[in-house]
Design a binder for this molecule. Structure first.
Ligand SMILES: N[C@@H](CCC(=O)N[C@@H](CS)C(=O)NCC(=O)O)C(=O)O
Length: 223
């Protein structure tokens, strides 16, 4: 069976967990804190990043969430999440890159650093200026998500895709850390509620990062 090396608030691992649940791929979780630089982990992934999927029985290892997602799309036909014609598939990949690169750089990563790393590892208070700047950038991203929701059925087009999973994974981390602000973003909020209600989301909502409890509303299906 696949072992997924991850920690509960890694957005890339969350995207992969949603993907594996939607495609009914069985796996076990292995807790991995990449910042600890464990030797055995570096041997699996010389980039030292989560997520890593490893199957000890077959001796197979897959690294990087986008590579792993492509692997499952190529090997498991049911519930395709990069689907449609070439242009539609390109649109899904464009949005996954937008959320995994731009949203992560602007919002998820600074919020994780200020509210998770500083609290649990560095033992420092969060820097309000960094959080305010991430909050401003969050609104810009939510404006764009509002527009996508207004013009399409799902973020990338007519069907649920990996773009929805990527975006929801990042938002769920920011939400867990109490840094989501939905003011003036009813469309994006409605879409996230639909995502949050999917059975694939449930295990994420019940999981906690030790020493860092989520706000009470985090697991609620009413935002
Ligand atoms: N492109 C990678 C990004 C993975 C990534 O940045 N993971 C973070 C945790 S959320 C990490 O392991 N960071 C440790 C480091 O950069 O040293 C993917 O999609 O899997």
């Amino acid at each position: 069976m696949w072992h997924l090396h991850q920690f509960p608030l890694c957005p890339f691992s969350r995207k992969l967990r949603l993907h594996m649940a939607e495609k009914a791929v069985a796996y076990e979780l292995v807790r991995e804190n990449p910042w600890e630089g464990r030797d055995g982990f570096w041997q699996l992934n010389p980039a030292g990043k989560t997520p890593v999927l490893h199957d000890p029985e077959r001796g197979a290892t897959l690294c990087d969430s986008r590579v792993i997602a492509e692997y499952f799309e190529e090997t498991i036909e049911r519930n395709a999440l990069i689907s449609g014609g070439a242009a539609q598939r390109a649109e899904t990949r464009r949005l996954v890159a937008l959320f995994d690169e731009n949203f992560y750089r602007d919002v998820t990563e600074p919020v994780m650093h200020e509210k998770m790393m500083k609290r649990l590892i560095l033992r420092q208070p969060p820097d309000g200026r960094v959080l305010r700047s991430a909050g401003k950038l969050l609104h810009g991203h939510l404006d764009y998500i509002d527009w996508l929701v207004d013009t399409r059925q799902w973020l990338a087009g007519p069907t649920l895709s990996l773009a929805d999973l990527a975006c929801a994974a990042h938002i769920s981390v920011v939400d867990y850390l109490g840094a989501m602000d939905w003011s003036d973003h009813e469309q994006a909020k409605g879409w996230y509620m639909v995502m949050k209600s999917r059975p694939s989301f449930r295990p994420l909502l019940s999981e906690k990062m030790d020493g860092l409890p989520p706000p009470r509303e985090y697991a609620s299906l009413d935002l």
